[in-house]
Design a protein around this ligand. Structure first.
Ligand code: NAD
Length: 370
């Protein structure tokens, strides 16, 4: 039986509640002899601050470097609004992303048939939607220097952010995009603003070159990012994998998220550089949502984003694509049975708790695995 080492960082608020459902799932995989996931746990965010006065300790960082994948819940909450800036809960998450070099953020937007009416778009526009927004996560305008606000001395100030990309940063994210597309519908849409930005000119050139050299079998389309935003809400099914920079990816992935209707449904994966020795990448899997302090402790959280993030871990870190497909099918089956957590409730459906939803999904998995 394959063995993998996981670091579970549940975090704050609903983080531990949705992580409990991952543990239920791991119990199922161990019982069935499908895989043996060795787990370690650690504190991150507000809970780490309460215990150690930092958002993540050195010891937990060392475990994150050593494991095969980090499974992350959520951090933050009003309790920690006044802690020092460098120790705020989100600092733990940012440190993990930065030190593990997680440059590729994969956010699927999938519309399960049973939830097609939860989207703000018409059913026919989103039913069966399955696209990926691939966002460059460690470069671009959020990190470029100079990044300043200066006083011009005449009652005016000047704010500067710098959008900067080097060839290697574009090459590596483009390769991730083409590799993803090869395992899906074989199409990549690269989005930038080459009409007004130099980084867009370089982005366009480098993505095109990587395609021509290494991925001619994949269909490549270039689109200006503003037109891409429009197309994403007009007819999202035209896309397969969208690859774009940090800033445009931030916005376009939130737009794509809303196509699916609920924050409680959205998984994500962040991947680092391929290690040529092991053939593996550093990786972290987390739901897109936050710690939801408004519903924490009430057993109301939707565990699907967290469980679907684990499906991504099986697909991208453990080479268990079939098991990932099966877990996603189990989620779809539980929804088709009419089970809903409160955030996705609709008329005639059965409202269940976090644990009941987790239990039902594992039950469906049991049936599908029989
Ligand atoms: P949020 O995602 O926590 O919640 C937004 C709304 O969605 C809330 O009404 C919440 O109840 C609901 N929601 C979120 N996840 C849900 C789930 N799984 N099931 C059912 N309902 C769900 O965003 P927020 O309220 O803006 O932020 C709360 C805290 O989380 C803040 O401290 C914020 O900084 C932090 N945050 C953390 C992350 C992260 O850890 N990656 C991401 C976003 C926000």
């Amino acid at each position: 039986m394959a063995t993998f080492n996981l670091l579970l960082l549940a975090g704050d608020g609903i983080g531990p509640e949705v992580m409990a459902e991952v543990k239920r799932l791991l119990g199922f995989y161990a019982k069935k002899g499908i895989a043996d996931f060795h787990t370690e746990e650690g504190l991150v965010g507000g809970s780490a601050y309460d215990a150690h006065k930092v958002a993540i300790t050195e010891a937990t960082m060392a475990k994150a470097h050593a494991c095969d994948a980090v499974i992350f819940g959520a951090v933050g909450g009003p309790r920690w609004d006044k802690v020092p800036f460098e120790a705020r809960p989100e600092a733990g998450l940012l440190r993990l992303r930065k030190e593990l070099g997680l440059f590729a953020n994969i956010r699927p937007a999938i519309v399960y048939p049973a939830l097609a009416d939860a989207s703000s778009l018409k059913r026919e526009a989103v039913e069966g939607l399955d696209i990926i927004i691939l966002r460059e996560l460690t470069g671009g305008v959020y990190f470029g220097e100079p990044k300043t606000i200066s006083d011009l001395g005449n009652g005016q100030k000047r704010a500067i952010d710098t959008q900067v990309y080097d060839t290697y940063e574009i090459e590596r994210i483009a390769r991730v995009g083409f590799e993803l597309a090869r395992k899906r519908r074989n199409k990549v849409t690269s989005m930038e603003k080459r009409n007004v930005m130099k980084t867009g000119v370089l982005w366009h050139e480098v993505v095109g070159r990587i395609h021509d050299r290494e991925y001619q079998d994949v269909q490549l389309e270039h689109m200006l990012a503003d037109a891409g935003g429009m197309q994403l809400v007009r007819w999202p099914k035209q896309f397969d994998v969208i690859v774009t920079d940090n800033l445009f990816g931030d916005m376009l992935s939130d737009v794509a998220a809303m196509l699916t209707g609920s924050l409680g449904m959205l998984p994500s994966a962040s991947l680092g550089e391929l290690d040529p020795k092991t053939g593996r990448r550093k990786a972290m899997y987390e739901p897109v949502h936050g710690s939801a302090p408004d519903i924490a402790g009430k057993g109301m959280a939707n565990p699907i984003a967290m469980l679907a993030s684990f499906a991504m871990a099986m697909r991208y870190s453990f080479n268990m694509g079939k098991e990932a497909d099966r877990l996603e099918a189990a989620i779809a089956a539980a929804l088709a049975e009419g089970l809903r957590t409160a955030d996705i409730k609709s008329e005639g459906c059965n409202i269940v708790s976090t644990a009941e939803m987790g239990e039902a999904i594992v039950g469906e998995l049991e049936t599908l695995s029989a």
